[in-house]
Design a protein around this ligand. Sequence first.
Ligand code: MG
Length: 296
Amino acid sequence: MNIYGTHPLPGLPDAVTICEVGPRDGLQNESTPVPTEVKIEFIDRLADAGHSVIEATSLVHPRWVPQLADAEEVLRRLDRRPGVRYPVLVPNERGLRRALDLGVTDIAVFAATTESFAKANLNRTVAESLDMFAPVVVQARAAGMSVRGYLSMCWGDPWEGAVPISQVVNVATRLLSMGCTELSLGDTIGVATPGRVVALLEALTAAGIPIASIAVHFHDTYGQGLANTLAALQNGVTTVDTSAGGLGGCPYAKSATGNLATEPLLWQLEGLGIHTGVDRTKLIATSTWLAEQMTR
Ligand code: MG
């Protein structure tokens, strides 16, 4: 709690789940290499701070994500706490088998909403990438895993500009129908504004997608992350992706700054009297500690 007090606003949830993406999305997009020991301690400190969802790493081939080449070691050595979920990005069926061998219970797949990004990030068409993910999602669900489906470039794409809402709705519908348990709407280059956030959420719910299955993932390129989040919360979203200290960016969108930082979101939610379970002071200490590790 902060010393300045709280005052709620109508139409907001009592509690918000923060999905802390620093160890995966954050570190993946930082040029400074981080030793395995530091990654494991980082994840541990995030759990200490009260995070209940910590995206731990990615089982994408190290050729594409050299920063996370030690994913298997991180997962082997991770001290998994009861009540904390540690989702892992899985690109294909081979990645899923590795995840199962490593005791992973929560995975994420990374879908594109535009042909340009699908080509750049996955070297496939949007349809081909969804066909690739379908058996991964089906098998993961059969194994009792939860599966988060990321949708990238939901509000804009550096090659194609504005992304038609119908395109996002189509990919979201497909991911949900193949069995995804959660959809994370990514503003990968940080161009969304609150009205456009609400318009997409309304279109998704009109298409039958439960608002409870939707998370938002904003980047702060134009400083809209908190405003966009508040708009999403006012429209029923209760899961927000952020990274400690705003770690990360996007390698395919050079101008994009990092993820919305967890700390200012915590400040806002505390001031509104919304519960997150995360201790802001401990989180700030964690971000400071990590920054020291990264400049060494
Ligand atoms: Mg991100």
